[in-house]
Design a protein around this ligand. Structure first.
Ligand SMILES: CC(C)(COP(=O)(O)OP(=O)(O)OC[C@H]1O[C@@H](n2cnc3c(N)ncnc32)[C@H](O)[C@@H]1OP(=O)(O)O)[C@@H](O)C(=O)NCCC(=O)NCCS
Length: 169
């Protein structure tokens, strides 16, 4: 079993893997066209030329990225491969000098096991702006945000109003 970046010919298999879990309601559905458009964000697990797992690392500017569409084939779950994909995605974030990686998930414990901490979506205004604001399920959403800091030195600190003001000195 090896991990690698996705290639164009993987799109159909990635889509099929996501579609099966989307039908169960544990992953958000993505069309094959959408997978193809975002192919450069996908990392895959491959065994004997078959795609056995996938994860997408989607950028939100230079400071932040989201882990999406994490899936491992049902018959090989529980063997550490989902963990391998998450670690691969975190390594990819480090290489790209992305400071923080988050996920919005129904499986927060799984991510906590890999160094993430529970957070609030309010701490992720970028995610709210991109997806939640237009999501029909936003009001009843039970998904939990988790976040990991992979490069503390790259975290962009908020610029505080009045920092330069003499009254605060
Ligand atoms: C979540 C998923 C990727 C994990 O992959 P995996 O290869 O089975 O996971 P690993 O073998 O690396 O890790 C197994 C550990 O994760 C835990 N785990 C797996 N799925 C979990 C879930 N849905 N909720 C909480 N914990 C989970 C297991 O209990 C196990 O814990 P343990 O080591 O303490 O026993 C896989 O189960 C999957 O594809 N699920 C369907 C899609 C999905 O739910 N994706 C994540 C949502 S973002």
């Amino acid at each position: 079993m090896r991990t690698r970046k996705a290639r164009l010919r993987d799109a159909a298999a990635i889509h099929a893997l996501i579609a099966d879990y989307a039908a169960e309601g544990v992953l958000l559905p993505r069309t094959e066209e959408n997978v193809r458009e975002h192919l450069s964000t996908f990392l895959v697990l491959e065994e004997k030329s078959k795609i056995a797992g996938c994860v997408s690392l989607e950028n939100y500017g230079s400071d932040l990225a989201e882990i999406r569409s994490l899936a491992v084939s049902p018959e090989i779950r529980g063997r550490g491969l989902g963990g391998r994909l998450v670690e691969f995605a975190l390594e990819e974030a480090r290489l790209k000098k992305i400071a923080r990686v988050f996920a919005v998930t129904h499986a927060p414990e799984f991510f906590v096991h890999h160094g993430f901490a529970a957070s609030s979506r309010r701490a992720l205004p970028e995610k709210i702006e991109r997806d939640c604001r237009t999501c029909p399920k936003a009001k009843s959403c039970k998904l939990i945000a988790v976040i990991a800091t992979v490069l503390p030195e790259e975290v962009m600190l908020p610029i505080l109003d009045g920092v330069a003001s003499p009254s605060l000195a």
